[in-house]
Write a protein that binds this ligand. Structure first.
Ligand code: NZQ
Ligand code: ZN
Length: 390
């Protein structure tokens, strides 16, 4: 196992009605004037924003509002948020929504206290300082409620990049599984696919002897394989939603990723799909991950055949390649069962887009023409991965 430092200071409040304590938590973590940041309207329609406001008022916290975050959040609204926070003297950001809202809130939080352009952080500069962010999560998916990451689409060129730093780990996150019961089946499945992908990106490691984290990842994947189809059949089941919600946090706050190298090639390849076709990140991952695995599996037959046996229940017959290919087929069948697309054309993609997608993924803003992870991929190899999705 590699050496590591792990700082995960987020306070989690999990369960029914916890959103009514938002104001108390803002106060507890030092906020006096908050920005409530939210998305396209689901949280307004459900009455959640109203409850969050009531809770802030009860706790004596002043607030401003900024809604309109789009899925795959855009840089334009981040600039607007930074201006608003500076003008209004905001000292705390409350993100009410999913990964897109939380990531936009994190970008605003870092940008408000930074002298330069916030995009510097999305071109490789680490985030060392930010306003505190609290979250009220409405979808189990991105894991941003516990992560030190944020992903934003730059509207000047339309490409997606991530930024990181412990300073943007949320001060608190409220996880009420009931809030996720209004999600349609498709969006729910996108979330499950993203959770599986976050686990898989960590499973694809070149570090040896990482039994503890291997077993944690396998356990969480097995839970998703059990709970995924169940929730699609019964979208309002509290306990299934609760299990998925906590798995989403565990999959990405890096408890399962410490002490081991990680991959993230699939995420980098996918990010250009959700940017170019404006599809959900999870749907892009459903198309990307099986294609990527079938391209790279020979890099470590032992690791991938272990995954085949332990996670997908493939019989160990000694033919590792065949076992892995069978596991990839079972992964695809699982994704199909929960309603995910499996090909580029289902996202609206065409073969002639591939050169552009590979260029967006491999060049500019901190990229040198290659992707580095479980394996190193040149731009031409990235094109081959995109071709496997056709
Ligand atoms: O905007 P509203 O109206 O709220 O609708 C949203 C949105 O259309 C809707 N929704 C959310 N909660 C709902 C609901 N609809 C009904 N009932 C509810 N309870 O769902 C749609 C998708 O929301 P979004 O926030 O985009 O989903 P998700 O959480 O999957 O976030 C995706 C974003 O996270 C980034 C992705 O790249 C993508 O931009 N990621 C962030 C990561 C991180 N910060 O650590 C890691 C991930 O790998 C990922 O890259
Ligand atoms: Zn993801």
């Amino acid at each position: 196992m590699d050496n590591f430092k792990f700082y995960s200071p987020t306070y989690f409040a999990f369960g029914k009605g916890e959103e009514n304590n938002t104001g108390e938590l803002v106060k507890r973590f030092g906020g006096k004037k908050a920005l409530i940041h939210y998305g396209g309207g689901s949280a307004v329609k459900s009455g959640l924003i109203g409850r969050v406001k009531d809770s802030l008022e009860k706790a004596g916290i002043a607030y401003e509002e900024l809604g309109g975050v789009k899925p795959n959040p855009r840089s334009g609204l981040v600039y607007e948020g930074i201006d608003l926070c500076r003008k209004e003297g905001i000292d705390f950001i409350v993100a009410v929504g999913g990964g897109s809202v939380i990531d936009s809130a994190k970008a605003i939080a870092a940008g408000t206290v930074y002298d330069g352009d916030f995009w510097d952080f999305y071109s490789g500069k680490r985030i060392e300082k930010a306003l505190p962010v609290g979250t009220v999560l409405t979808i189990a998916a991105a894991g941003s409620e516990g992560s030190g990451d944020s992903v934003i689409t730059n509207e000047n060129g339309m490409f997606k990049r991530g930024a990181s730093g412990d300073a943007i780990r949320p001060a608190f996150s409220i996880l009420n599984p009931e809030l996720t019961t209004t999600l349609p089946a498709y969006q729910t499945a996108c979330g499950i696919t993203d959770i599986m992908a976050h686990l898989m990106e960590r499973y694809l490691t070149n570090t040896k002897d990482v039994v503890t984290t291997d077993r944690m990842i396998e356990g969480l994947m097995l839970a998703m394989i059990e709970e995924g189809p169940k929730v699609i059949k019964n979208l309002t089941d509290y306990d299934t939603r609760a299990n998925i919600m906590w798995a989403g946090m565990m999959a990405h706050n890096n408890s399962c990723g410490v002490g081991r190298s990680q991959d993230w090639n699939s995420h980098n390849i996918e990010h250009e799909l959700s940017t170019y076709y404006d599809c959900a990140h999870g749907a892009g991952l459903a198309v990307t991950f099986p294609a990527y695995l079938s391209y790279v599996y020979k890099h470590d037959l032992d690791r991938l055949s272990q995954w085949a046996v332990r996670v997908w229940g493939v019989e160990d017959n000694g033919d590792k390649e065949a076992m892995i290919l069978e596991a990839i087929e079972r992964y695809k069948a699982f994704l199909k069962e929960i309603g995910m697309p499996l090909t580029l054309s289902e996202l609206g993609g065409k073969e002639e887009d591939i050169d552009t997608l590979a260029r967006m993924a491999c060049r500019g803003d901190g990229r040198d023409g290659n992707l580095y992870g479980f394996v190193k991929l040149s731009e031409d190899e990235v094109k081959d991965v995109y071709r496997k999705m056709l």
